[in-house]
Design a binder for this molecule. Sequence first.
Ligand code: RP5
Length: 181
Amino acid sequence: MSTTNTAANQNGPITSPAGQPKVGIIMGSQSDWATMSAAAQLLADFDVAFECEVVSAHRTPDRLFDYAKSAKDNGLQVIIAGAGGAAHLPGMCASQTPLPVFGVPVKSSMLSGWDSLLSIVQMPKGIAVGTLAIGTAGAYNAALLAIQVLALHDETIATKLDEMRQTQTETILASPTPGII
Ligand code: RP5
């Protein structure tokens, strides 16, 4: 399957850093990109190479199986899968790869993402999906977890992660009084 490491949304393209993609970001529809672009942006900010694909569990099942079965051999180390509604994508992907899969529930129009959350989080025992929060916070944190996994064996990423967390802490400590920035 051909993959891309540049994805575009209304805010412009997010281009992966050069090199072998380590993180695969898949989503069930183009409509999920508004949410999942938060994951791509954080990986780009951390200089972690990624690839992005629209892969639907129910509309393109063969494409999903091809992607998941070949992901490890293709050099990926983590997969982030976002979907909305009856969100089978993360679980079905996890069933076809030994790589860690982080699932992002996309906020749906009818049930505000409760459907997405419950269908991703309630994996029966035996196949694991790490489930994140609904929406862009979940997509961002999925990328953060992917970065934390990679940091176990990459000192450069680990150092950036430490710096990011330190900056976050200092930002709060610099303005601890509500309403006074
Ligand atoms: C799911 O159905 C996708 O993940 C998306 O969140 C939802 C709606 O898809 P579209 O109708 O916008 O293509 O498969």
